[in-house]
Each structure stands twice: as structure tokens, then as C-alpha cells.
Design a protein around this ligand. Structure first.
Ligand code: ASP
Ligand code: MG
Length: 439
């Protein structure tokens, strides 16, 4: 059995949804189809919630009405038959009645989650109606019946596995199951979600739970590219990546796969394929347990980085100094990305200014604190890249004129990262493309 996940743009227009149906019915293999909300819907639902939280009911009402119009227009082009169109109208009406009821009751966090769930609930019901209209036998499997998060808001894979297996057993005559990405229930039994962009996570968790043959993530790009196509003129999709390489890339801003989505598939050894709905026969990118080729495979960058240097002669030969420094970041729940140390100083990076003022204040007793804002991390990723002398030589020759603030080498075998001023990032990506990837 395989998993096929389609994102918001893949279901965002009626004709795209038709195309999804074609892709889903193309092969005989049994499958679970995971859908996102129609593109733009979750953003609108977030705005509705925000307006309600701030007591602006009129504005919230306006957003609800505009969204409802969008859905009524969508149905007209998705479905042909009058009867099935009427069914769809009734479903949409029900969901918007629910949103309109929420307008009248006092807002809470649990209600916020209910609002956010409407997008995936509607997209899957509409898709199911379309399959019904074109006479494709299938079953709509409610994610709220099997997707669970635990008390720490982490997916409860064991429980997901148990519930999902039982459901699949009950409907073993079915070949196509359709379910919602993103939404789940929490330990209190309330509707919850896997955070923004979480449909990839749903797909990967389902794939792990059923030990799927493959987890296909369908988007509108032809896989993960070796460089950022928005910045660099010539880039290519990478055919195969290991889970480790993909994790390094997803973290550093290669936007096409949600970072959280890697561990479940990796744990269960299910290959993940990134495929393009606009070009369904293209190879895309396969992420799997291990890869043969060694060397540089891709470069990725992350902007808006803040470098913090703490200089202190007290650090010399001292132990426990790093712990004290890290505790400050822990207190303000601010993740640290890169670190380098010398005997008397430590430089590290963060990507959020939310608590910067307090952090600086609490670091000052340890020594002199210097801040450099607007930095970028540029990471070169590839299987055992740090062991490839020729690649390292090429990297340093290529970037010799770029001012480097920090280097992270040896943290893993598969990544070498540079911190540079943000204004030099585009140039660095371009010259690495030429000097290291020969493109
Ligand atoms: N609809 C949700 C979002 O926009 C989940 C997803 O699309 O992955 O964040
Ligand atoms: Mg997405």
C-alpha cells in the first residue's frame, strides 16, 4: 500500500483536483490519499481566528463570507451533475454554518483549532464527491479517528498505528482511501493539528504506521533542487538523497518538504518521493535510507540569522561555562543553530529576535557580548561531503573573497556550513553553483 499526499496548490483549483483524481486512479496499488486544504484556505482561517481573538467580529464575518463564496464557485466547476452539486452545496453550507455559530460564542484556543480544521475537512469531502461522480470506488477515512498527538503535542505513532490498522482491516475491500492532512485529536480528545504545513507530516506518519511501500509527496515543483531556483539561474532536481541529507536540507530552508516529515519515514524505512503534479512522469527526488554517491549534492541558505559572540577570559580552562550560556537560550526557548568556539570566546547563531534583548542582558555578566544581525547560513550538503578533499578545496577556492563570519565543519559528515553577511548570500549561492557544482 502506498501514501500519496497532495498539497494546497495541487487541489486549489477544480481542474487541479480533477488531475489529482487521474493520478490517484492511474495505478492499481491500494493507497491512502492525504489532502491539504485548498490553497489559501488555512491562511484565511488563521485570519478569521485572529480577528475573533481580537474581538473584531465584523471583520471575521467578512472573511467567512468571502471564503464561502470561493467554495460555492469552486463546486460549480468541480462537479457536473446537479444532484452531486447539491450534495456539495449542503456540505459547504454546514461548514460555514459552523463558522458562523463560532462568531456568536466566546473564543477559545480549542475553538481556534476547530476553525483551522475546516479547510482539510472540506477539501477531502469535495474530492470524495468528485470521485463519486466519476464512479471511483473509495472510502473517506476521517483523520480525527486515528491521528493522535500526545501530552507534549507530539504524534503518538503507536496509537496511530493501532487505530489505523483496525480501520483498514474493517474496510479491507477498499483500494483507495482519502483522508485529511494536518488535523488530529489531542489527549483531551479535542480537535488539534500538526502545525502549519503539517500535511506532509500526516503523510509520513501514515506511511510509517502502515509500513507503506512509498510515501509520495506531490507538489508543483519537480523535486528538491541542488540550489535555490529563485536565486540561481541554473539548478537541477536531485534524483536521490539519503534521509540524513534531506534532513540537513529541509532544516536549512529547502521549502519543499516539511522538516518534521523526515523521521517517521526514516524510522520505518519508507522511501519518500517528491513528485510534480504538473509533470507526473518526471523522476522527482527520492529520499531513502542510504545513497552511494559521495560529495556535494546541494546548497541551501537561511536568512535573517543573528550571530552572538560572548568573549570572556573566564572561559579559559573553565568547565560549565557553555552550560551557563546555553541555559539563557533555553530559558527563552530560543534554538541555537550554529556554534563555534575559541579558548576565550563563543560564537553562536539564532534565527529569532523575539527575546534578543533579554538574552543579551542575561549574557552580559559572562563577558563582552557582540551582535551581528542580517547574517545568512549557507550550507553545502552531501553524503560524506566533509571527507571529500577535492570538494573542500573547490569550496574554499570558490568563496575565498566572501567575508566568512563562522564555519561549522564536522558537526555531521554530510554538512559544512558558513555564516556570511546576508548581502553576500545570492552571490555565494551563484558562485558555488558554478565553482562546486559546475553548473
Ligand atoms: N493546510 C495546512 C497549512 O496550510 C496544512 C498543509 O497544507 O500542510 O498549513
Ligand atoms: Mg504544504
Amino acid at each position: 500500500m502506498k501514501v500519496m499526499k497532495f498539497g494546497g496548490t495541487s487541489v486549489g483549483k477544480p481542474e487541479r483536483m480533477h488531475q489529482v483524481a487521474e493520478l490517484v486512479t492511474k495505478t492499481k496499488e491500494p493507497k491512502i490519499v492525504v489532502l491539504s486544504a485548498l490553497s489559501g484556505t488555512t491562511n484565511t482561517l488563521v485570519m478569521i481566528s485572529e480577528e475573533l481573538a481580537n474581538g473584531n467580529k465584523d471583520k471575521a464575518k467578512q472573511y467567512i463570507d468571502d471564503l464561502e463564496k470561493h467554495y460555492h464557485a469552486f463546486i460549480q466547476n468541480l462537479l457536473k451533475g446537479k444532484v452531486v452539486q447539491q450534495k456539495a452545496e449542503n456540505i459547504i453550507k454546514e461548514h460555514f454554518e459552523f463558522l458562523n455559530i463560532i462568531l456568536r460564542i466566546s473564543f477559545s484556543d480549542a475553538l481556534n483549532k476547530d476553525i483551522l480544521a475546516q479547510g482539510e475537512l472540506m477539501s477531502t469531502k469535495l474530492f470524495s464527491l468528485y470521485l463519486e461522480e466519476i464512479k471511483v470506488d473509495h472510502l473517506l477515512l476521517p483523520a480525527l479517528e486515528f491521528m493522535r498527538i500526545d501530552a507534549n503535542d507530539e504524534p503518538d505513532l503507536k496509537s496511530i498505528k493501532t487505530s489505523l490498522s483496525a480501520l483498514l482491516k474493517r474496510y479491507s475491500d477498499k483500494k483507495i482511501f482519502v483522508t485529511q492532512g494536518y488535523i488530529c485529536k489531542n489527549v483531551r480528545g479535542e480537535v488539534d493539528n500538526l502545525k502549519r504545513g503539517g500535511s506532509d507530516y500526516t503523510a509520513s506518519l501514515i506511511a510509517a504506521a502502515i509500513e507503506a511501500s512509498v510515501c509520495e509527496i506531490w507538489t508543483d515543483i519537480d523535486g528538491m533542487h541542488n540550489n535555490d531556483p529563485r536565486i540561481v539561474s541554473h539548478t537541477e532536481p536531485i534524483q536521490t538523497l539519503s534521509f540524513e541529507e534531506a534532513a540537513e536540507l529541509a532544516y536549512f530552508g529547502a521549502k519543499i518538504l516539511h522538516p518534521t516529515c523526515i523521521w517517521p519515514a526514516q524510522k520505518s524505512h519508507v522511501p519518500v518521493k517528491l513528485l510534480n503534479t504538473m509533470e507526473p512522469d518526471a523522476k522527482g527526488t527520492t529520499i531513502q535510507d542510504s545513497v552511494e554517491a559521495k560529495g556535494a549534492k546541494a546548497v541551501a541558505a537561511k536568512d535573517g540569522i543573528i550571530a552572538i559572540k560572548i568573549k570572556s577570559s573566564r572561559m579559559l580552562l573553565a568547565y560549565g561555562f557553555l552550560r551557563k550560556v546555553f541555559e539563557v537560550f533555553e530559558k527563552y526557548r530560543t534554538p541555537i543553530d550554529m556554534i563555534t568556539t575559541s579558548e576565550v570566546a563563543i560564537s553562536l547563531t539564532i534565527d529569532s529576535t523575539d527575546h534578543l534583548k533579554q538574552i543579551i542582558k542575561e549574557l552580559e555578566p559572562f563577558g563582552t557580548v557582540e551582535i551581528d544581525k542580517n547574517q545568512s547560513i549557507v550550507s553545502i550538503v552531501g553524503n560524506c561531503v566533509v571527507e571529500q578533499k577535492d570538494v573542500l578545496l573547490k569550496i574554499f577556492q570558490t568563496i575565498h573573497h566572501i567575508p566568512i563570519r563562522m564555519i561549522s565543519y564536522g558537526g555531521s559528515l554530510h554538512n559544512i556550513s558558513f555564516l556570511i553577511p546576508g548581502k553576500n548570500k545570492n552571490e555565494m549561492l551563484q558562485i558555488i553553483n558554478e565553482g562546486v557544482f559546475g553548473m
